[in-house]
Design a protein around this ligand. Sequence first.
Ligand code: HQG
Length: 183
Amino acid sequence: MDYVKLSKEISYALRHAPWEYELEIDEDGFVLIEQLLSEINLSNEYGKKITKDDLLYINSNSEKKRWEIVDDKIRALYGHSFPFKIRKVTGTPPDILYHGTSHKAINDILNKGLLPMSRQYVHMSTTVDMAITVGKRRDNNPIILKINARKAFADGLKFYVGNEYVWLCDFVPPKYIEIVEIQ
Ligand code: HQG
């Protein structure tokens, strides 16, 4: 059973293309597990019928908590790109957040700020290590940015809760961003 492949397919459906799976998605990003599974199981791609237990297994064994499963519903906690912007809960962020990015993007980010690009929100990490992991998806030697979330929040910027390690913003202006020198 290829759980990595299944995990990617579920995240793809919940974050990027609910319509491809004929999912009704509510404004908080939730869909009915039954609806999702009946679409996933149409293809028989995984050699067995996928059940809610498979989703619970993936979510509890992943180092990143990508989804939230509540009763008969599931949603992605971050990463969305479809045009209808889902409602996220605002919160008080940690004083400092981090963002791992590429050498290619750094000048634009320092000039224009962090933009959501193809996603609904800008994603930030609570730890340098996680920001390094995120940044390595785009650059072998990523640049790590430190976000002065305390100041930005005090100035009225909204922060939204992703999960324990991920915070979201609509946009982060350059004045709250500085490069972290990694030893
Ligand atoms: C960059 C994955 C130019 C930004 C990850 C990033 C994360 C700019 C890229 C989550 C820019 C967007 C999200 C600007 C930002 N000019 N480039 N003004 N502002 N950028 O993938 O944060 O494993 O949409 O630095 O691990 O990299 O899938 O966002 O390089 O948690 O669960 O534009 O997705 O999670 O890239 O990653 P992304 P991200 P999963």
